[in-house]
Write a protein that binds this ligand. Structure first.
Ligand code: SF4
Length: 288
């Protein structure tokens, strides 16, 4: 087995992937809403040790087709390192089909189009990007350290180079005060971005998160209402949309634009049902 150091996170879609931890923690680790790597000091794994682990694991799982490279924002590794790791994985795993990673907008834009296309040729496939909000004010308040326009450009460039962007937004990230702005500007930015995969998760306070002054958590009803406003504002041309993470009060999934009216009907029925908590967040999972 590869060597892991806890905590180890991966997107739900990577449940069946072979995982290698090529770095520890997150190189940014500033986001107020994220408790994933708080307390973990960011460090790269030794490249020789990592390559030896690839070779050893290939002997155990020679048929592996999907690989996820952890931890946070692996796209931030220098191009030469990513190229070397992908080249090695291609040679050790003859049936390799795709390699996926977490990425930030700035780390994608630190590579040029030729480099991104070369990484794609080496089977880098899906970039999981936490976009969170299309409101720069909200991003700044939660110390995301990224620009809305840069993340839009990054996704467009990555997709133009053949990579697939799986973009996450966070319902309730602006709290009550910025909810309307968060919904309106997130939909507008997503329309410019046109991600192939879009997931809406709900912000839930977890240990390690300290939100900005004046932040008030949305009630369950308000979170669903915010999602309805975002979906209503989306003009996607070809996007798989999911809001089925355990943090979402109403599990949803559909293709946009095809299922937009249906998604809005479901959200409207939930809002009218009287089942949603209007005074508090309702059921919230213990982790995001
Ligand atoms: S949200 Fe992403 S970039 Fe921000 S601290 Fe968490 S892992 Fe790092």
């Amino acid at each position: 087995m590869p060597k892991y150091e806890e905590p180890l996170f991966r997107p739900p879609a990577e449940a069946g992937s072979l995982i290698f931890q090529v770095a520890r923690g997150c190189p940014h680790n500033t986001c107020r809403f994220c408790g994933m790597y708080k307390g973990v000091r960011y460090a790269l794994r030794d490249p020789e040790e990592t390559l030896a682990e690839f070779a050893h694991t290939a002997g155990l799982y020679p048929e592996a087709r999907r690989i996820f490279l952890a931890d946070g924002d692996v796209m931030q590794l220098p191009f030469a390192t990513l190229e070397a790791y992908l080249t090695a994985l291609n040679s050790f795993f003859p049936r390799l089909n795709r390699v996926n990673v977490y990425a930030n907008g700035s780390s994608i834009l630190a590579k040029n189009a030729e480099q991104l296309a070369e990484l794609r040729r080496l089977k880098l496939n899906t970039l999981y990007l936490g976009f969170e909000s299309g409101s720069q004010k909200v991003l700044d308040l939660v110390s995301k350290g990224e620009k809305v326009d840069a993340m839009v450009d990054a996704v467009r460039l990555a997709q133009k180079c053949g990579l697939r962007a799986s973009v996450m937004i966070l319902l309730g990230l602006g709290g009550k005060i910025y909810s309307a702005e968060h919904a309106r500007l997130t939909a507008a930015a997503l329309n410019r971005m046109q991600p192939r995969l879009l997931s809406a998760l709900r912000f839930v306070e977890v240990p390690g998160t300290v939100m900005f002054d004046g932040f008030e958590t949305l009630s369950e009803y308000e979170a669903v209402s915010e999602l309805r406003d975002i979906v209503a504002g989306l003009e996607m041309t070809k996007t798989v949309f999911r809001a089925n993470h355990t943090s979402n009060p109403v599990p949803l999934e559909g293709r946009l634009p095809h299922n937009k009216a249906e998604l809005l009907r479901t959200l409207g029925s939930q809002l009218e049902s009287g089942d949603l908590d209007k005074n508090g967040p309702g059921f919230t999972p213990l982790f995001l």
